[in-house]
Design a protein around this ligand. Structure first.
Ligand code: NAI
Length: 300
C-alpha cells in the first residue's frame, strides 16, 4: 500500500466492474484523468452498451464544440473491455458498480481478490451495503473501502470515501487523493447505513412516496413544487426515475434493515409496484414518467 496518501499515478490501471448507469460513468471519470481502464460486466452485450452510451455522450460534447474529436478518441481509447473477470490482474484500483446485492458483490470480490496483486485497492460503489461486512469476506480487508460516486458520475463532483471498521487509513488516503486527481470532491466518512447522502436523502424519497400513496398529489405536482418553489434542481420523482427504482428500492430496504427496521426508513409499496412491473425509470423507458419518444409531457 502507498503510505503517503498520494494519488495513484495515472499509469495505474483502474478496473471498473459493472458497465451500467454508474460503472460506465466511473470508467469515463478514470479515463479522463489519464488512467488505462478495464471495464467488465457479466451480462452479454452490457460492456458494449456502456461504451456506446459514453460515445454518444462525448459525441454531444464534440458537436457543441466543448471537446475535440482527438480528446474524445483518447478518452474512449483508454477504456478497454475486460470480458473475463479472472484477467483483472493488472488493475491497481478496482471500483465495483454491480447490482446492489450483498451476496453477488461478496462472490465477485472473492474472485477479484484471488486475481489481483496484494497491494491493489478494492472498492465498492455501493449506496447502502455495509462496507465493513463486505470487507470481512476478503483475506485482506484493510485494503477495502467504499468509493461512492453520484449519478451522473462524470458530472457530479461528490465522492464519499467510506472507511469500514478495518480499512487502513493509508488506503482511504490514497483513494481520497486519487479521486481528487480524478477532478472530484471527495469526503471521508465511516461505514454507517446509507453513509451521508443516502441517509439524508431517504426521508426525502420516503415522504414523497407516502404522499403519492395517500393520493395527496401526483408525481408531476410534487416535482413541480419542489423544483419551482423549493429550488431543487430536480423533483424527487424525476430523481428516483434517474437513479432507477430497482436501485433506490434496494437501497431503502438495506438502510431500513441496517437501522433495525426504524419505521422512518420503511420502504414503500409504491416503489415495490414500480419495480415488480419493470418500470425502473429512465433506464427502462418508464417509471413515474414515460421516456419513450413521442410520449406526452407530464401534467402537474
Ligand atoms: P445498473 O443496473 O445500471 O448496472 C449494474 C450492472 O452490473 C449491470 O450492467 C449488470 O449486468 C452488472 N452486473 C450485475 N451482476 C454482475 C456481476 N456479478 N458481475 C459483473 N457485472 C454484474 O446499476 P447502477 O445504477 O449502475 O448501480 C450499480 C451500483 O452503484 C449499485 O451498488 C448502486 O447501489 C450504486 N449506485 C447507484 C447510483 C444510481 O443513481 N443508480 C448512485 C450511486 C451508487
Amino acid at each position: 500500500m502507498r503510505e503517503d496518501g498520494a494519488a495513484l499515478p495515472s499509469t495505474v490501471p483502474v478496473a471498473v466492474i459493472g458497465a451500467g448507469t454508474m460503472g460506465s460513468g466511473i470508467a469515463l471519470v478514470a479515463a479522463r484523468a489519464g488512467h488505462p481502464v478495464l471495464l467488465h460486466d457479466a451480462a452479454p452485450g452490457a460492456i458494449q452498451r456502456g461504451l456506446d452510451g459514453l460515445r454518444r455522450d462525448l459525441d454531444r460534447l464534440v458537436e457543441k464544440g466543448k471537446m475535440s474529436t482527438a480528446e474524445r478518441d483518447a478518452q474512449l481509447g483508454r477504456i478497454q473491455p475486460l470480458p473475463n473477470i479472472d484477467e483483472i490482474g493488472p488493475a491497481g484500483f478496482v471500483i465495483e458498480a454491480i447490482v446492489e446485492d450483498f451476496g453477488v458483490k461478496r462472490d465477485l470480490f472473492r474472485r477479484i481478490e484471488a486475481a489481483v496483486a496484494p497491494d491493489a485497492i478494492l472498492s465498492t460503489n455501493t449506496s447502502s451495503l455495509s462496507v465493513t461486512a463486505l470487507a470481512a469476506v476478503l483475506n485482506r480487508p484493510e485494503r477495502f473501502l467504499g468509493v461512492h460516486f453520484f449519478n451522473p458520475a462524470p458530472i457530479l463532483p461528490l465522492v464519499e470515501i467510506v472507511s469500514g471498521h478495518v480499512t487502513a487509513p493509508s488506503v482511504a488516503a490514497t483513494a481520497f487523493a486519487t479521486c481528487l486527481a480524478f477532478g472530484k470532491t471527495p469526503v471521508h466518512c465511516r461505514s454507517t447505513p446509507g453513509f451521508i447522502v443516502n441517509r439524508v436523502a431517504r426521508p426525502f424519497y420516503g415522504e414523497t412516496l407516502r404522499l403519492i400513496a395517500e393520493g395527496a398529489a401526483s408525481p408531476a405536482t410534487l416535482d413541480a413544487i419542489l423544483r419551482e418553489a423549493g429550488g431543487f434542481r430536480m423533483g424527487p420523482c424525476e430523481l428516483m426515475d434517474l437513479i432507477g427504482h430497482d436501485v433506490n428500492y434496494a437501497v431503502t430496504r438495506t438502510v431500513w434493515e441496517l437501522l433495525f427496521q426504524d419505521p422512518r426508513y420503511k420502504p414503500s409499496l409504491v416503489q415495490k409496484e414500480l419495480v415488480d412491473s419493470g418500470q425502473l425509470g429512465r433506464k427502462s423507458g418508464r417509471g413515474f414518467y414515460d421516456y419513450t419518444i413521442g410520449a406526452a409531457p407530464p401534467v402537474a
